[in-house]
Design a protein around this ligand. Structure first.
Ligand SMILES: [Zn+2]
Length: 351
């Protein structure tokens, strides 16, 4: 397979990616970063109107294409209302629970591009004041942003330039431990994005000839359901979403292996492609788990739903406590990389 890039470099790239705020709907900075990362590699790169990045590497065979995608958009929020006391009410972007961001530091980006910091809190946070601080519902009504500015009224907050519709992003709090864990928000799906970007670089630098023309889509609307369901060429046979494996009680995925998804809420993924991925994993000594995700959809299932006649699959690193306090281990990243490198170099089988 040739020498794979160093895992430390992938982790450094994850660190950079998670540190760029990119809630769905406000992803141009992180897309700029990805484009910059690939600059000078003599690649065919373009942006689609939705703001995603498309990279095409011609292969030996141009009759049958393959497409791989990972998404850079993340969960986040939008200012819904400025309260009379100057604090902010939020509307969620993407699917999560308020308790997963309660106490989190955040950034508010105004329309003119200024940013303010703040903290996402329950209105009833102080135990010295609120008897029900523990029991109060974590809901749209009680969650608010305390802005790090001297404001006590709606008017003063407006003077800062903050308005309804401003994007709010969460502090990723990225940490890499000696024991090989990466703890950070937005590992979904910036861990996979880093793997794909590294792989594109590797293919070019090592002058690997791919068996088929291969498209890479860095998508930017996955968390809201329609990231990678367009810009699929009519020649595309296989479409693989590279996105997180879901962990929890009863799940077979873990933080050390690559997850191969058999089925999620959208239904089963293509059986033939799944078997091809499992065979590749076995042949290349890749540690893997086949799993079912109960509440999950991907860019690949979105593409199928949009009507594309493709063979679809989903693999990715196992992410603990997804859409909340995410963590994975470098061994999961290594196994995901190993499977992907084998996959892009394998011929498309007959379906
Ligand atoms: Zn995801």
């Amino acid at each position: 397979m040739g020498n794979l890039p160093q895992i430390k470099e992938t982790i450094m790239l994850i660190r950079e990616l998670v540190s760029i705020p990119s809630p769905s709907g406000n992803t141009s900075k992180v897309i700029d970063f990805c484009e910059q990362y690939l600059k000078g590699l003599d690649l065919e790169i373009k942006r689609n109107r939705k703001g995603g990045l498309l990279i095409t590497i011609p292969g030996k065979d141009n009759g049958q294409h393959r497409m791989l995608t990972a998404h850079v958009d993340t969960l986040g929020a939008m200012v819904k209302e400025i309260k009379p006391n100057g604090r902010l009410k939020l509307a969620m972007i993407g699917g999560y629970r308020w308790n997963s961001v309660e106490g989190e530091y955040c950034k508010i980006e105004t329309e003119s591009g200024d940013t303010y910091t703040g903290t996402i809190l329950m209105k009833q946070t102080s135990v010295h004041v609120y008897k029900d601080a523990g029991e109060a519902k974590r809901n749209d009504e009680n969650i608010e942003v305390r802005i790090d500015e001297m404001t006590n009224s709606e008017e003063e907050t407006r003077k800062l330039g903050i308005n309804v519709g401003d994007f709010v992003s969460f502090d990723p709090r990225v940490q890499v431990t000696e024991s090989g864990f990466i703890k950070s928000r937005h590992l979904d799906d910036k861990a996979s994005t880093a793997i794909l970007l590294r792989m594109i670089k590797w293919i070019k630098e090592e002058e690997i000839e791919l068996p088929h023309t291969t498209h890479f889509l860095i998508s930017n609307n996955e968390e809201i359901g329609y990231g990678g369901n367009s810009n699929i060429t009519p020649e595309t046979v296989e479409y693989l979403a590279v996105d997180m494996g879901a962990l929890g009680e009863g799940q077979s995925s873990d933080e050390y292996t690559v997850s191969i998804c058999a089925k999620d809420s959208s239904g089963p993924y293509h059986y033939g492609l799944r078997k091809h991925l499992v065979n590749l994993a076995r042949k290349n000594n890749v540690e893997y788990r086949v799993d079912i995700y109960p509440y999950y959809g991907s860019d690949a299932s979105a593409a199928i739903k949009a009507g594309h006649d493709i063979v679809h699959g989903l693999i990715g690193p196992g992410i603990e406590s997804s859409h909340a306090f995410e963590r994975t281990h470098e061994s999961s990243l290594i196994n995901t990389e190993k499977l992907l490198y084998a996959y892009v170099q394998s011929p498309i089988t007959n379906y």
